[in-house]
Design a protein around this ligand. Structure first.
Ligand code: ASP
Length: 460
């Protein structure tokens, strides 16, 4: 059995939905389908999920919300009209929105999750109804009926391990199942959503529960690019990538697949393929447990993410002071700050974190470090970008770091810090945010094609 998930752009209008159902109905193994809310139909369009957030904002600010509600209903009305379906679903949509508003207005966090869930929930009902009307036995199943029971933290749901028994029974249904992505219900029976983009997580949970042989993740690109296509003109696609590589790349800005979706898959080694709804014949990118390394795929992908902050600490004879680092990390813990990297020397240490972690707390944190740690020098730097070079092949081949640093030096990029973990699966370079694009371009061209930036005729 395959579990197939279709993202927002794949289910954004009637013609996309028809494409989706052609894909689904062409393969009897595609038995469980997870759908997102209708996404953007064109560049400046607004996702249904964002329309729902706008509705929520009107409601909690006691403003007239009727126009916002109409806009949402209109999205489904457009689809229903084009598919020549009955309009009955529209009154269900209207009633559900009104019911959530009436019952949860005094509990804003709960109301937000309930409204957010509507985008996928209405779409799943619509798609199941339409496929049934085409003569294919299909059943809409709510996350509650599917057994997706989650923790009770609004917008940060996590699946409870006890859910998997019930989810495993989904493979016994004879009909095709359409399940809305992005949310579950808590033990207290509240609707709780996963983080944004969380339909991928639903697909992963269901795949793990039914022990699917493949989790197909359909989107609007034919796989995962080796680098950001907004920086590199027509980058190559990755054929195969491991879960660990994918995690590193999504951490550093690759957004095709939600990084939290990897966890349920990892345990049972369920392979994922990222495929294109508009070009289902394309092979796609496989995310797997192990892959064969050859001379062409030593590096899987290159990514650069911005908005990092670094705290630099210098202390003469730091290496001889027992407990020095623990005190610094204690300050971060007291301020509820998580950090990502900690490159160090014998007399210095740098702590790198997402800027939003320390925002508005900078002065307090520095003061506490100064007070508790007796440092010689202390500074903080914003505007740091992190270049990540990711590849399982790097621990088997000598010379990758040399290529990367050559490409960066040749482009005049100053390396503020370098970090490589023991797994040798990724190399991290801290650079100035102004160099971010140039760093991706130069490392991509030199590592994949042996071309130095100065010799590249047409930089993207
Ligand atoms: N509709 C949700 C979002 O826009 C979840 C998803 O599409 O995966 O974030």
């Amino acid at each position: 059995m395959k579990v197939s998930k279709f993202g927002g752009s794949s289910v954004s209008n009637a013609s996309q939905i028809k494409k989706v159902l052609n894909i689904v109905n062409s393969d009897p193994e595609r038995q469980i389908i997870i759908v997102s809310a209708p996404g953007k139909r064109y560049d400046n369009d607004v996702k249904t999920t964002d329309l729902l957030i706008r509705l929520y904002e009107k409601v909690i600010n006691n403003l007239d919300y009727i126009d916002k509600k109409r806009e949402i209903i209109q999205r489904y009305d457009d689809i229903i009209k084009e598919l020549h379906m009955s309009k009955d679903l529209l009154s269900i949509i209207d009633n559900t929105l009104e019911q959530y508003i009436a019952t949860l207005k005094e509990q804003p966090e709960r109301l937000l999750d309930a409204l957010l869930s509507c985008g996928e929930d209405f779409n799943a009902q619509l798609i199941a109804q339409y496929n049934n009307s085409q003569g294919i036995p299909t059943k809409y199943l709510s996350p509650k009926e599917a057994g997706i029971i989650v923790t009770d933290i609004p917008q940060q749901a996590q699946i409870l391990n006890s859910s998997y028994d019930k989810i495993s029974t989904l493979k016994d249904y004879k009909e095709k199942l359409i399940i809305p992505g992005f949310f579950g219900v808590s033990e207290k029976d509240y609707i709780v959503t996963f983080p944004r983009g969380g339909s991928d997580i639903t697909g992963a949970i269901i795949s793990s529960g039914v022990k699917a042989k493949l989790y197909e993740n359909f989107t609007d690109v034919s796989g995962i690019y080796k680098a950001n296509p907004n920086i590199i003109k027509n980058p190559e696609l990755i054929d195969e990538i491991t879960y660990r590589e994918m995690r590193e790349l999504s951490y550093a800005g690759f957004s095709v697949f939600h990084d939290e979706a990897l966890q349920p898959l990892y345990k049972d080694r369920i392979p994922v393929v990222i495929k294109n709804t508009n070009r289902p014949q394309d092979k796609g990118t496989y995310i797997v447990h192990d892959r064969q390394v050859n001379s062409k795929n030593i590096i899987s992908g290159i990514s650069c993410d911005k908005d990092f902050t670094v705290i630099n600490i210098k202390k003469y004879l730091m290496n001889r002071q027992v407990g020095f680092t623990r005190k610094i990390l204690g300050v971060l813990e007291d301020n509820n700050i998580s950090f990502d990297h900690m490159p160090s020397g014998i007399d210095s240490i740098s702590i790198v974190m997402r800027s939003k972690q320390i925002k508005n707390k900078e002065r307090k944190v520095l003061n506490e470090i100064r007070k508790q740690c007796d440092v010689d020098e202390l500074s903080i730097e914003n505007d740091l970008a992190i270049l990540m070079i990711v590849g399982e092949g790097m621990n088997q081949v000598v010379g990758t770091a040399n290529k990367i640093t050559h490409a960066l030096a040749e482009s005049g990029i100053n390396l503020k810090m370098i970090n490589q973990g023991a797994s040798e699966i990724s190399m991290m370079f801290g650079i100035s945010v102004d160099d971010a694009e140039k760093a991706v371009l130069s490392t991509y061209e030199f590592c994949y094609h042996g071309i130095e930036l100065k010799n590249l005729c047409d930089p993207a």
